[in-house]
Design a protein. Structure first.
Length: 338
């Protein structure tokens, strides 16, 4: 096991609220390490609807979800946050000195002075296809629910299932990586962006990918390792495809996950906080964004930004008892990193 990562605040969740929390903490010279179960930053905005316009961000009559994430990433660059992506926080242990040791499912250990949960609706788990022996090929035996490292698919026979933005985007990317790439979609049209759909259809016409529409994956085969699958179209015709890697991309379902086991105040799968510090029932652990609840709560990105600012000031006071927070306005002082 590698040496623990040391930081001021662990932020659990890399969605827009978690990213803005990095900015607010950075203004107070606090370092942040961000952990997210998804392989990239952006949370729901990047994973589920990157091209969807958002209309309630101050100063922007409308802004595409992914553009908002890109701007937030640029905004926090001066503060050099560090990341553990594609990892889920499993454990949080409070030490005698009031600091915390946070552990992930990949064995990463992070020592921090405070913890901020910005997990949106909770950790996201993939929606899985209803295949009888699906579990037999999970855990590195042929099924991947997210693409962490595209190079792992180089020279391999890959099947992607799905019709949304994520499936289309990865299909376009892996077309030049995989030896053979097949996209299976149960409908005749795609849910994703029309421009992406057109590009995927063009790849199929050029013979760079196999495109199977109105088709479902109906069976998986292999002796301990996925080797082939059966697909069935609407005419009930069955075809067998050789496959090394199967990537079903049917979206994500929010789950409270391990957070529910951290002995925090929970109400209807949300973490209870106060509205002065946005602190949970455990001193030093804060919760902001859609994961928290309090009287009058509004589930808006705007509300999460407000909560981030108050949380950062409260976390500073928790780490520095008795110290006075010197509130600075960026219009006067600008933004300086570490």
């Amino acid at each position: 096991m590698s040496a623990p990562i040391t930081t001021d605040i662990v932020i659990v969740g890399a969605g827009p609220v978690g990213l803005f929390a990095v900015f607010e903490a950075g203004l107070l010279k606090m370092r942040c390490h961000v952990v997210d179960a998804l392989p990239q930053i952006g949370g729901q905005l990047s994973e589920i609807y990157p091209r969807k316009p958002i209309y309630d961000i101050p100063g922007f009559p409308d802004v595409l979800a992914q553009d908002l994430i890109d701007n937030l990433e640029k905004q926090i660059e001066p503060f050099h946050p560090t990341y553990s992506l594609g990892e889920r926080v499993e454990t949080v242990e409070k030490l005698e000195d009031g600091s915390f040791v946070v552990g992930t499912n990949e064995g990463t250990q992070i020592h921090a002075k405070a913890v901020c949960i910005a997990g949106g609706l909770g950790s996201f788990e993939p929606r899985k296809p209803p295949l009888e022996n699906l579990a037999d090929y999970e855990g590195g035996k042929g099924i991947q629910y997210m693409v962490k490292d595209p190079e792992k698919f180089r020279g391999r026979k890959v099947v992607i299932a799905g019709g949304g933005d994520s499936a289309l985007d990865w299909c376009m990317y892996l077309a030049d990586v995989a030896e053979e790439l097949t996209l299976v979609h149960r409908n005749n049209g795609f849910r994703g962006a029309p421009d992406s759909a057109a590009k995927v259809e063009q790849l199929a016409q050029e013979g760079k990918i196999n495109l199977l529409l109105s088709t479902n994956v109906t069976a998986l085969n292999g002796d301990g390792q996925l080797a082939s699958m059966e697909v069935t179209n609407k005419a009930k015709e069955v075809k067998t495809i050789e496959v090394d890697d199967f990537i079903p991309l049917f979206g994500l379902s929010p789950k409270l996950g391990p957070i529910g086991e951290w002995n925090l105040g929970i109400e209807k799968n949300q973490v209870e906080v106060d509205t002065e510090k946005f602190q949970t029932s455990t001193e030093g652990i804060f919760a902001i964004g859609d994961i928290n609840t309090y009287p009058g709560k509004l589930k808006l990105i705007l509300s999460g930004f407000h909560e981030s600012a108050l949380m950062a000031h409260a976390a500073f006071k928790y780490m520095n008892p008795g110290a006075k927070v010197n509130l600075k306005y960026t219009t006067v002082n600008g933004v300086s990193g570490f």
